[in-house]
Write a protein that binds this ligand. Structure first.
Ligand code: 2M8
Length: 451
């Protein structure tokens, strides 16, 4: 085949893949929101919907905004955005709305729709800005919808900057591994091991019925801990002050905090575009700056060359585990050049994308060989394309175009494999698709990468 011919073949293959990705999003469409996966995840998930909105915005701005509007319609009156908004038509997920019991325990929770009582990483402002930019030609028509969403996203950031950071360290405290989005990461093994599990009401797991190999999912003992933490949050009636007094799992999440920096920058840009008052812009700048310094001062570990999480209940000591979350500084815009160089080298090095055993130069969720590493288990080793998308975005915005392109190319090669099926995650050694196939956020980031 000539050069021209092979270029055209690649272009054809990619445009077919984009169409397949849109078909995944349509297949998971619940009408006004999108489920993360066809059967494993039947409700709306907070950070999934942000990525999904980005993907949708290439085809349908109205539907992309609807995705975020639906999520924010379920926002609590204290500003928190719940990690799950339950789809009343599905009962095939555990823990469901009855187990969370939010609206009867907390006045801040909406009674309809039913939601969970915890949060996920705050990528939403970044998504909103991307939708705004992707739809640059339709901004005047769409502006009023952005104006309506804006104060809700402000309230969300304010909640995180206050209730979730009472120490004003610039680092967001999470109450549950599910809040990190990296549920079963070895990042949480140490704090979880210290928890004395009390009486957990009986339960039946649904997740293990929906995956080919249940051993890839969290173990029974991990699930008991997850559910015990839910019981503790219920006992505190989801009240942040109460939770802070006694909760057995309080961790300053470095990755979520870096996302907060990135998202606050995006929110600031939107504030300008939407002519928001100066006082709001100032508040946003303060959030960004406080978290930026907090990460470098408290989480950045010079010896490990990684940002580490802090265990509040252990005097804010650092949890030294080598996972993808340690690369968090790269998500912060205008990162100091010397730190950027260190993090970019770490990212491309043997602990991460440069691992000699990997089939594609994608980033493992946990460094191979680390205590708690498992090549096929949930957040313990496999690579998540959506996380690589965030790292790619961080590299790009910090001027590391070549490294960013390497990461994008590796992910595209992975996702173009005939058996990739828009997998939720992938084994790095073999490139095997794991978890749920047709995962919405994988389709969404592929659309963004190829559009
Ligand atoms: C996974 O989390 C849920 C609990 O929230 C689960 O395991 O059931 C995580 O990968 C999380 O980051 C993601 O948002 C969710 C849906 O894709 O699945």
């Amino acid at each position: 085949m000539t050069d021209e011919g092979s270029k055209a073949a690649v272009a054809d293959k990619r445009s077919a893949l984009i169409q397949d990705a849109f078909a995944v999003l349509r297949g998971n469409d619940l009408g006004a929101s999108t489920k993360p996966g066809p059967s494993l995840y039947p409700h709306q998930w907070s950070w999934d919907s942000a990525f999904i909105a980005i993907g949708l915005s290439y085809e349908n701005a109205d539907r992309a905004l609807k995705e975020l509007e639906t999520l924010f319609a379920a926002q609590w009156s204290d500003g928190r955005v719940p990690h799950i908004v339950f789809n009343p038509k599905s009962s095939d997920y555990f823990p469901g709305p009855d187990r969370w019991d939010c609206s009867s325990l907390s006045k801040a929770a909406p009674s309809v729709p039913a939601t969970s009582g915890i949060v996920q990483p705050p990528v939403h402002a970044l998504a909103l800005l991307r939708v705004w930019e992707i739809q640059s030609k339709n901004q005047s028509t769409l502006k009023s919808r952005f104006q309506q969403l804006f104060p809700k996203v402000m309230a969300w950031h304010r909640y995180l900057a206050t209730a979730r950071d009472p120490e004003k360290m610039g680092l967001i405290t999470i109450y549950h591994p599910w809040e990190s989005g990296m549920d079963n990461s070895p990042r949480w093994d140490e704090p979880l091991a210290k928890i004395v599990v009390g009486k957990v009401p009986p339960y039946e797991r649904r997740d293990i019925k929906h995956v080919a190999d249940p051993s890839e999912r969290p173990t029974k003992s991990e699930y008991d801990r997850f559910l015990w933490l839910v019981e503790c949050l219920k006992k505190a009636k989801y009240d942040d002050d109460e939770i802070y007094k006694h909760h057995p799992f309080l961790v300053k999440d470095a990755f979520a905090s870096a996302i907060f920096v990135l998202a606050s920058r995006a929110l600031g840009t939107l504030a300008e575009q939407l002519d928001r008052p100066d006082a709001e812009r100032k508040e946003i700048r303060e959030w960004e700056e406080r978290s930026r310094s907090g990460i470098m001062e408290h989480a950045w570990d010079r010896d490990h060359k990684l940002a580490l999480d802090l265990e509040v209940n252990a005097g804010c000591s650092r949890i030294a585990v080598s996972t993808v979350a340690g690369l968090a500084p790269v998500l912060m815009p205008d990162l100091d050049k010397s730190i950027l160089q260190i993090v970019a080298e770490r990212l491309q090095g043997h602990d991460f994308a440069g691992n000699a055993d990997s089939k594609y130069a994608v980033v493992p969720s946990t460094t191979p060989g680390t205590k708690g590493y498992h090549p096929r288990a949930y957040w313990r080793g496999p690579s998540w394309p959506v996380v690589d998308w965030l790292l790619w975005f961080g590299l790009k915005q910090n001027g590391c175009a070549t490294n960013a392109e390497k990461l994008r190319a590796a992910n595209l090669a992975l996702l173009e494999q005939p058996n990739a099926h828009f997998g939720e995650y992938f084994e790095t050694k073999t490139g095997t698709q794991l978890g749920s196939p047709n995962q919405s956020w994988t389709a969404a980031v592929l659309i963004d990468w190829l559009s």
